[in-house]
Design a protein around this ligand. Sequence first.
Ligand code: HC1
Ligand code: SF4
Length: 570
Amino acid sequence: LINLQIDGKSTSVPEGSTIIDAIHKVGSHVPTLCYHPEFAPRAVCRMCLVDIEGSNKPVPSCRTQVKEGQIIYTNTQALKDFRKRDLQFLLSRHPNDCMRCEASGNCKLQDLVQEEQVEDIWPKKERGSKEHPEHTLHDHTSPSIYRDMEKCIECGLCVDACHAQKIDAIGFAERGAGMLPITAFDKPLCETGCISCGQCTLRCPVGALIERPDWHRVLDELDAKKRKMIVQTAPATRVAISEEFGLEPGSVSTGKMINALRELGFDYVTDTNFSADLTIMEEANELLQRLKGEREGALPLFTSCCPGWINYVELHRPDLIPYLSTTKSPQQMHGAISKYGPLGKLIESESDEEPYVVSIMPCTAKKDESQRPGVRGDIDAVLTTRELAKMIRHRKIPFASLSNDGEYDNPMGESSGAGAIFGASGGVLEAALRTAADALGLKDAPVEYKAVRGVERGVKVATIEGIGSVAAVSSIGSAIELLSNDEWKEKFLMIEIMTCPGGCLGGGGEPKSDDPNILQKRMNGIYNIDSNSVIRKSHENKQVQKLYEEMLGEPLSNTSERLLHTTFAA
Ligand code: HC1
Ligand code: SF4
């Protein structure tokens, strides 16, 4: 261990730690703009400079390793003056329209300017040293992601995030003052290989990259009180929403969230977890039919509920389309059943207007998915977890002090533990195995498949007696590696692929966080929901059983195929 002192507080950290690690350990604070623990430090923003006693030059704490006996200061007047000048430079290149900015209240630049009371005194500078087309600076062409490069502070975190996904849709062009993260050949984002995963929006410390803001039109629709408003909430939202309101990361806020949605004016608050169970009914049976050669489609079966993954296949690997499950994602089947199932029929009997279905998702690519040919119309608006938090704040709903006792409306409110774990990498696979094992009459099969759990990027494999080998892939970059040769074709029966590290709980629409353990904390919350559930298998969900009895018949029936399945195309 290395012993050192920070702002008068003594601490010890392992050799090889950086000064910023030690600063966090003692509970001191240095501002950062370009630092995120997931990526190698670029040290370009200079905000985290610290003074070391005996040294005449401040050093960036994000990439300087600790040395024995160092005495470090994080907030000397000289450092503060330096930061202020640096911030003034950033302001001279920034539009400073905070009042209308979607990142307002959740912007590191805004926080620092406020803390230091920095004045915008320098003449405005143009962005980029060469001519860029207008859509480079303001790009609203993607159904999921908005870019406003005038707000960019060149921290590079979006470039790192996209590179970690092995997509590289954006990269730095030019050097020095002209530097900007742009797409290849300055194309609009919708014409690039971008898969809408939103990892860039999750890391952007300002408002340069954001999810397409749809919450304003949802508030308008709620206020208009013309159409019956149905909302569904994704498995991973109920845990992460806690962080937006200062609650313990990983704490489960399902009841508070339901109460907040009712206060916002939704008529029916329903659960995507219900449709996750429904998805398993279709997908597990699809797997069994493909295994018996009774259904078209190749093996191994790829899950298809993650829209970033679907975008990747259609854009980059159309040869994989035959392997995809044709089962719609829970979001989409939930929309279809909301409109055309028992709830839709009830609403139809009371109102001339079609209900308006909103989904709250941890994911930016779900916006994209809702507009796909073949499923368009199931869902009217998709909001991220962050957008839900904004609506709650704007309507002054005291989320943290709401009681956690809200309950979903039935018939689309009941769910099993298997539906809940969809929100974590490996969860869809585990849920499918629980149902497939029972369908195959495997009496000794376990309920839990811990080998496929975990938030780290990579491939997790499990071999199940009586079924075969299966794999769960956490992050699209890991999928690209796995699929780079043909070994997977022989090895596995079923492969779950989630674009974001950790699965949906690490989705691009989740709250921003610099906590290196945040995914693990959210995952613990999700598996707690499962272990506390009375029903843990999708096929034991009573409301799902009733839907089959009253409307669908059986999995893969004609009605199921019409409402719950879709197609993919290059
Ligand atoms: Fe997901 Fe899914 S689990 S894709 O990660 O299959 O977004 O949470 O809602 O549709 O259920 C996301 C989460 C989500 C779908 C389900
Ligand atoms: Fe890259 Fe994902 Fe951002 Fe698209 S949404 S630019 S793929 S990180």
